[in-house]
Design a protein around this ligand. Structure first.
Ligand code: ACO
Length: 323
């Protein structure tokens, strides 16, 4: 069977910046505190008249321009998002419509911050069946629409963005392994409780409170480090690899301290971890493809990449791929 190889990558982040100094104006926080505790200096924020699909379309167009790809070749579009444009139809359908694609199979997948890795595993499985030759896997989130600007435990972390990879069959390089996990106990610690079918008839005030992302930061912090480290170690073990054989660790960008702690836990060498959290914050499902997109020059053909993510659910995982 062929591997699913990444043969193109695109990204988009909105122009508008939200700096730590902007946040100092709306809640009791400081640039110094945010940088020290999270490593974040600024995030990008989408205009309120746009939505997740708009960023995804820009990212896909960026991919096509950079890699000379023809959208008419696309067989399927998988979109990892937990901030869909609307409840129904899927954002993937909206993206396909905006791109003028009428003959694709398009659907969404919600695994929060782990969404891109889950979708990458699904997309690579489609390629491995040999029934699909060109699959787009998007990670896109307009999370700023669900951030309570007065909640300093969340407003400091999140930004908007979209990343996309083009998967094709290859006999040489591609996705080698993926280890995905979830545990529903995580719901209490990280959620957006409103907007779904549960309590859809709530009165307006309750609905407003539940509209925003809420979390117990300390629980999420500890669990993220443990779960991502475990997932990486599982993948190393079952592929008989030592960590020094991995060229790059590309972790979900949630908090610089989480990224550093995972690197330490799995013992990756200094300078081998890619990060963009300082100027993009946590863009949920977009962090990993955006991180690859921004660091394309660093990656050499044949490099071994370990991707790992953790998010609401809880959901987590790690993927191993040969670039
Ligand atoms: N500005 C200033 N002070 C603050 C802020 C803030 N934004 N937030 C909390 N504080 C204060 C607290 O009140 C507390 O004060 P005290 O010591 O007087 O009681 C002190 O700073 C320490 O607060 P903690 O909550 O212990 O701070 P912590 O170091 O845990 O950092 C944070 C909080 C940044 C939210 C961290 O827990 C975190 O990043 N958790 C992971 C959350 C996450 O990544 N969620 C995203 C979704 S999932 C994912 O992507 C992995």
């Amino acid at each position: 069977r062929p591997y699913a190889a990444i043969t193109g990558i695109g990204g988009y982040v909105p122009q508008k910046r939200r700096t730590n100094f902007d946040l100092e104006q709306v809640c009791d926080t400081s640039d110094e505190w945010i940088v020290k505790r999270t490593g974040i200096k600024e995030r990008r924020i989408l205009d309120s008249d746009l939505a997740t699909s708009d960023m995804a379309v820009m990212a896909i167009r960026d991919l096509c321009t950079r890699f000379g790809k023809d959208l008419n070749q696309v067989d399927a579009i998988l979109v990892a998002t937990s901030t869909p444009d609307v409840m129904m139809p899927a954002t993937a359908n909206i993206i396909a419509k905006k791109l003028g694609l009428n003959n694709v199979w398009a659907f969404d997948m919600n695994a929060a911050c782990s969404g891109f890795l889950y979708a990458l595993d699904m997309g690579s499985s489609l390629i491995e069946t040999e029934r699909y030759k060109n699959v787009l896997v998007v990670g896109a989130d307009n999370i700023s629409a669900f951030v309570d600007m007065h909640d300093r435990s969340t407003n400091i972390l999140f930004g908007d963005g979209a990343g996309v990879v083009w998967l094709e069959p290859s006999l040489e390089t591609g996705i080698i392994d993926a280890f995905m996990q979830s545990n529903g106990d995580g719901r209490a610690y990280l959620n957006i409780e409103g907007g779904g079918s549960l309590n859809a008839q709530d009165n307006e005030n309750i609905a407003l409170e539940k509209k925003y992302i809420r979390q117990d930061g300390k629980v999420v912090f500890k669990q993220a480090i443990q779960s991502m480290s475990d997932a990486c170690n599982q993948v190393l073990k079952r592929n008989n690899l030592a960590i020094d054989q991995v060229d790059w660790l590309i972790p979900h960008q949630a908090n610089k301290r989480i990224i550093d702690a995972v690197g330490k836990e799995i013992n990756i060498a200094a300078g081998r971890t890619l990060s963009n959290i300082e100027y993009l914050g946590n863009t949920i499902a977009a962090t990993i493809p955006l991180c690859i997109w921004e660091n394309l020059k660093e990656l050499q053909k044949g490099d071994l990449l370990m991707l790992t993510a953790f998010g609401a659910g809880f959901s987590w995982g790690a993927s191993l791929l040969r670039w």
